[in-house]
Design a protein around this ligand. Structure first.
Ligand SMILES: Nc1ncnc2c1ncn2[C@@H]1O[C@H](COP(=O)(O)OP(=O)(O)O)[C@@H](O)[C@H]1O
Ligand SMILES: [Mg+2]
Length: 581
């Protein structure tokens, strides 16, 4: 039920529609009690010897009229409530998507894409099912129960009480069985999330799977997961299938008892045969609501389990949050300072005691082997994560005191693994700057050295990329990502190993261009190859999370330490490659 309270704000938004729906439901329920009443009257008149065809015809027509009115009103009510359910589903889906966009990388490493997709699809529709059909039948059932209860008690208090005490056992049975059903349904949904994740990863990684001839092995793992899904579903279906027969049994027991007690009462003359017929019609009228109520319990159990899974996401607090009180500051100039920064993932420290200052307008390079902590270091600038200890300052202000969107909009970040959307190349480049002019785009393409590749694509810059378009080479992808970042005209530009697939000559060209456009701003380049970064104003050598050397290229070569050794190895490799070709 706590899960459901999260729906209140959404329900409140459409309370007008829902209230109108309920009002109509009440009127329609009133109409539905008319036919039994007419039937009872007809029977009594027949017994009184007043047989007339015209009279029977009149009763029949009235019954049809009442049923028509009831049906029309119920239709109206379903429309109203059903619509609100779709409106709420729409709102929830948007809120979920907005929240998913807000959440940080830690969340995404802890939650698989397939599982999140399940929440955004299956779980959302379970919630809608609960709200639409669920509310419909709960309202109709409750109203019918109340009105019919009064009418039954009017006929005979004893028989009425017996019936009204017996009927709720059906609902009670449902509540008990339903609790188990909800647990099992949650297991089913969780497993479905795991299956989706598995399938999604297989499709994305299909090339790797084929290259390693792992189709059979993957099929085997998938089969196991699929079988588990089947097992959990069967467990669920077992309970769900038990519910209906159980209910029919309880209902016919009730009918039998009513016949026993009521028949005796008629014989004793406590009420007429017509009234007994009326009573039985009322009982029949209650049958469907009682069944519906049971079904609704299931819908609500599922809906609330699903709402729980959705609200897990909605309530998740992003690890990095913008300081609410952060005042808007003047544009970022680009001076960076790290003071005794340390970062720990779990128990392992990956950066220790890092302090350095980068004056505005300079270019900095970071070199170091894989796992040295380079990515972690630059992630601190745009607050992809916050340091465990120490302080990161931009223009002398702690990054945590900058408004998050201002901070990020001024830092151009080209990540290690570039991501391009399946949209035209142009839209990939203008991502984040949809208003960019053609001149600005051309300039960005020139800086990133993509300009000469563009004419080779079938529709030039408007060529569609991705699954239904052309596939770029690794180097082209990286240069597109660089163009994207350059177009944003950032105060600080970070290239995280974003030229690994670009040849040395082009990489040097790109850096030369960057030096020109980033003249008054700060750029940080992480690279594997020293050749690409040796013109940087300052080079940091990162090793096991510590800065072990720093200086200009000449100084570091002179120093003859780790950097000089790396450089020598690189020269040797280049020489060998040259000899080979
Ligand atoms: N999200 C994370 N959770 C736990 N450990 C991480 C995470 N990201 C990186 N690491 C670890 O931190 C170390 C530094 O990683 P990283 O900054 O990516 O290095 P580099 O970019 O120099 O290759 C590595 O040992 C890596 O395994
Ligand atoms: Mg890295």
């Amino acid at each position: 039920m706590r899960n459901l309270s999260l729906l209140l704000p959404y329900l409140r938004r459409y309370r007008g529609l829902i209230a109108l729906g309920m009002f109509i439901a009440a009127v329609s329920t009133g109409f539905s009690t008319i036919p039994p009443y007419l039937l009872g009257m007809a029977v009594d008149q027949l017994r009184g010897g007043g047989f007339q065809v015209s009279l029977l015809l009149r009763y029949s027509l009235l019954i049809v009229a009442a049923t028509l009115a009831d049906g029309a009103l119920k239709f109206g009510m379903r429309q109203l409530v059903g619509r609100s359910a779709y409106f709420i589903e729409y709102d929830l889906r948007n809120d979920l998507f907005r929240q998913l966009l807000r959440l940080d990388q830690n969340f995404y490493s802890a939650n698989h894409t397939g599982d999140l997709m399940t929440r955004a699809t299956n779980d959302l529709s379970a919630v809608r099912q609960m709200l639409g059909p669920g509310i419909n039948s709960i309202v109709t059932a409750t109203l019918t129960f109340i009105i019919v209860a009064v009418l039954m008690l009017q006929i005979d208090v004893q028989l009425g009480l017996i019936t009204l005490l017996l009927l709720p056992t059906i609902s009670a049975t449902f509540v008990i069985v339903g609790k188990r059903m909800r647990q099992r349904f949650r297991h089913v949904q969780d497993q479905f999330g795991r299956i989706s994740t598995r399938a999604q990863e297989n499709f994305s990684g299909i090339r790797t799977i084929k290259a390693y001839a792992q189709e059979e092995a993957e099929m085997h793992t998938f089969n196991a997961a699929n079988r588990e899904y089947q097992r959990l579903n069967l467990r669920y279906v077992l309970l769900a299938g038990l519910v209906w027969p159980l209910m029919t049994l309880l209902l016919s027991l009730t009918v039998a008892i009513v016949l026993l007690v009521g028949g005796q009462a008629v014989a004793e003359g406590r009420f007429t045969l017509g009234e007994f017929v009326r009573f039985n019609s009322y009982l029949a009228l209650l049958t469907w609501p009682m069944i519906a109520l049971g079904w609704t319990v299931t819908l609500i159990q599922q809906g609330s389990a699903s709402m729980g899974r959705i609200s897990d996401v909605l309530k998740h607090k992003p690890a990095v949050q913008s300081t609410l009180s952060a005042p808007t500051r003047p544009a970022i100039q680009g001076e960076i300072e790290l003071r005794n920064v340390g970062v720990r993932y779990g128990e392992t420290w990956v950066l220790h005691n890092i302090s350095f200052q980068v004056p505005r307008g300079s270019s900095v390079a970071i070199v170091g082997s894989t796992g040295a902590g380079k990515t972690t270091l630059v992630n601190l600038l745009g607050r992809v994560l916050d340091p465990t200890e120490g302080q990161v300052c931009i223009d002398g202000v702690d990054v945590r005191d900058w408004p998050l969107d201002q901070l990020r909009s001024q830092i151009g970040f080209v990540p290690q693994d570039t991501f391009l959307f399946s949209v035209p190349l142009r839209d990939n480049v203008t991502f984040g700057r949809p208003d960019a002019s053609q001149d600005e785009i051309d300039e960005a393409l020139l800086v990133s050295q993509l300009i000469n590749d563009v004419p080779q694509f079938p529709q030039g810059i408007d060529t569609l990329l991705g699954e239904r378009g052309v596939t770029l080479s690794g180097g082209q992808k990286q240069r597109t990502a660089i163009a994207r970042a350059v177009l944003r005209d950032p105060s600080i530009l970070v290239l995280d190993d974003s030229m690994s697939s670009v040849d040395t000559h082009t990489a040097a060209e790109i850096l030369k261009n960057l030096k020109r456009v980033m003249r008054d701003r700060t750029s940080i380049v992480i690279a594997q190859r020293i050749a690409t970064v040796k013109d940087a104003d300052r080079i940091f050598v990162l090793h096991h999370g510590e800065i072990v050397e720093q200086g200009t290229h000449a100084e570091l070569v002179q120093h003859n330490g780790r950097y000089a050794a790396m450089y020598r190895r690189e020269l040797l490799r280049a020489e060998l490659e040259e000899n080979e070709s």
